[in-house]
Design a protein around this ligand. Structure first.
Ligand code: AMP
Ligand code: ZN
Ligand code: FE
Ligand code: FE
Length: 285
């Protein structure tokens, strides 16, 4: 059984529409795929409607959080998308991405880059707008050769010249909200050092004590040593270990199923989810 628990569609900063994404997931030989767009569940309906025979969709989202000034991502699985408290927080974060992207455009203009909000909005196409869309605009303009090259101190990396922070949720609050909506909380790529500062092991222990279910260990942004260390952390703290591609279509180099999650862990995630609404094809491991 091949299980990929972290992907993005055009509902945020991926390049495949949700329907395309599930078709590609089936073609890539996956049995289970989670759709976890940034701060939105808007892609779910299309993914469910297009779900190929034999593929199970895990509904989810990747919530933007910040702890002690450090940005971090919390994967939320199988929560009730209509639960009002989590819905309100998700919309707050998602909607704040628009003025924030406009502010990054203004900073880039000050730096002499002729990018416009209209260009970024066209690239985002109505999806939850983020830095990768701005980065694609910079590629279009020939400012940088690739999306990755826009994530430097010169441009859009955390603290970079054109970077603007967005509203981000306190992760303890995020865990509370996810649980309150019947979901399961997994800390995404907790040691992705190339993206900027990361939270301490002590903070992970605090999050575990607050109900965090797991950490994403097998991820392209973790090297072999980091994975070994994080597996130890998970064992010590009684956390589930997940793996995923963090697929973004053509906006990143990773492929669907590049890293996967153990079927037993997937089964445990589905057991922990409250299950107050139908999950297409979900039946545990
Ligand atoms: P945002 O949520 O708008 O701040 O954008 C964050 C997204 O940008 C992440 O989910 C990644 O997809 C991407 N990203 C962040 N840091 C990097 C990096 N160093 N290289 C490439 N992509 C990055
Ligand atoms: Zn992303
Ligand atoms: Fe992330
Ligand atoms: Fe992601």
């Amino acid at each position: 059984m091949r299980i990929d628990l972290h992907t993005h569609s055009t509902a945020s900063d991926g390049t495949d529409a949700p329907a395309q994404l599930v078709r590609k997931a089936a073609a890539a030989g996956l049995d289970v795929v989670a759709l976890t767009d940034h701060d939105t569940t808007r892609g779910h309906a299309e993914a469910v409607a297009a779900l190929p025979e034999g593929l199970t969709l895990v509904t989810g989202a990747e919530l933007s959080c910040r702890l002690d000034g450090v940005s971090m991502h919390m994967l939320a699985y199988l929560f009730d998308p209509e639960e009002p408290a989590l819905l309100a927080e998700r919309e707050l974060v998602r909607d704040d991405r628009v003025p924030r992207a406009r502010a990054m455009v203004a900073k880039l203009n000050e730096l002499g880059v002729p990018v416009t909000w209209e260009q970024v909005a066209r690239i985002a196409g109505g999806g939850s707008v983020g830095r990768p869309h701005v980065a694609s605009a910079l590629v279009e303009l020939g400012v940088v050769p690739t999306v990755n090259d826009a994530f430097t101190q010169d441009w859009l990396a955390d603290g970079g010249r054109a970077h603007v922070e967005k509203h981000e949720t306190d992760p303890f609050e995020a865990i509370r909200l996810i649980k309150g909506a019947g979901g399961v909380a997994v800390f995404a790529h907790p040691a992705a050092v190339k993206r900027g500062r990361t939270v301490s092991e002590a903070a992970i222990a605090d999050l575990a004590a607050a109900g965090l279910d797991g950490i994403e260990v097998d991820h392209m942004d973790h090297d072999a040593d980091t994975r070994t260390r994080l597996r130890g952390t998970a064992r010590e703290l009684g956390l589930l270990v997940t793996g995923s591609s963090d697929y973004h279509g053509s906006r990143k180099t990773c492929v669907l199923g590049e890293y996967t999650t153990d079927p037993e862990v997937y089964g445990e995630i589905t057991r922990r989810a409250f299950g107050a609404f139908p999950v297409p094809g979900a039946g545990g491991a």
